[in-house]
Design a protein. Sequence first.
Length: 342
Amino acid sequence: MDRGETLLKFLRRFEPATRALHTAELAAGPRVPCDVAFVGMPSAVTPEALDRLRAGRVVAFDYFDEPWPNTEAPGLAASDALGRLAPLHLKTHRERVPPRWAATSTTGGPRIGLLPIRYNGAVAAAWRRYRWSAPWRRLRRLGGRHGRPWDVSLHGSVTLLERQAPDGSLVRYDQRVEWMRELRAHPEWRSWGGLLELPYRTREAIIADHGPEAAAWFDPGPRLPFGTYFARMADTRVALCPAGHARWTYRHVESVYAECEIVSTDLNGVDTLVPAPLDAMTLVPDHAPITPAVDAALAGWADRAARRDGAVEFLQGWLEGGKFSRRKRRPFEAFVRQLELP
């Protein structure tokens, strides 16, 4: 679980003087002056430790996938110290439709701000190799070989969304399983990939839940090295990007840089610090079939080149090859702006 390493690396990239303190170190050490103090949740920080922070603002954050904030802080719960935190809680993403905790709270809950995401640094190197191979790809097309031999890909862990219903019960949405079932029903699509089991969601458990046909939905492994995976993506026309633990996934960024047509889970109303290029994606509502979107993407592949190029250009305005860069301060400026709001 990311307890703040991603945020620390992000801040130090743009503000090298950023300092990290453990709770015990803060409680035993001298007072610490700072403009903003970020407290990762769950936290054992105490009121006494907070007293040692001479901070203009104290902001809580957590890297859990759920859209609601984790405010677990046993050391503060029995005091009024929680009220000293800014009415802002940072998450990897924000859902503009209020989740249940906000709808039922008398105060409406804290305002949700946005954290930097830990982007995969391997994307930059893989993307450079892909760009350098452009002359060879042109020769391959001139020789009569199809530019991208694969039609569709879906390859990833068998994660799912969990959300609270109005009655407080937990609702689970297995969109990756749902999409893989539909993908396997189209043998005319040249596809690759499969679901990858997890220690807490095994192949056997999915077969028990979805029937014996689910056995064909899994990739036997081992997991592809990232360079091989990206090269395969760059040989694919349509990348399927269903939800995992959250709506946003790393596959969205990887698919943009691999210049795929993207058929995605519905990202409307979902904010991330670096926005997704939604204009270059086909968003599919929950429980709707993906077949119409995939067929349209395959049929319109040649005509959509400009929008795929535009998606790369859009992300390059924020990132450098799919990762944060000191030369591109736009993400840091967006991060700081949200701290200045009342």
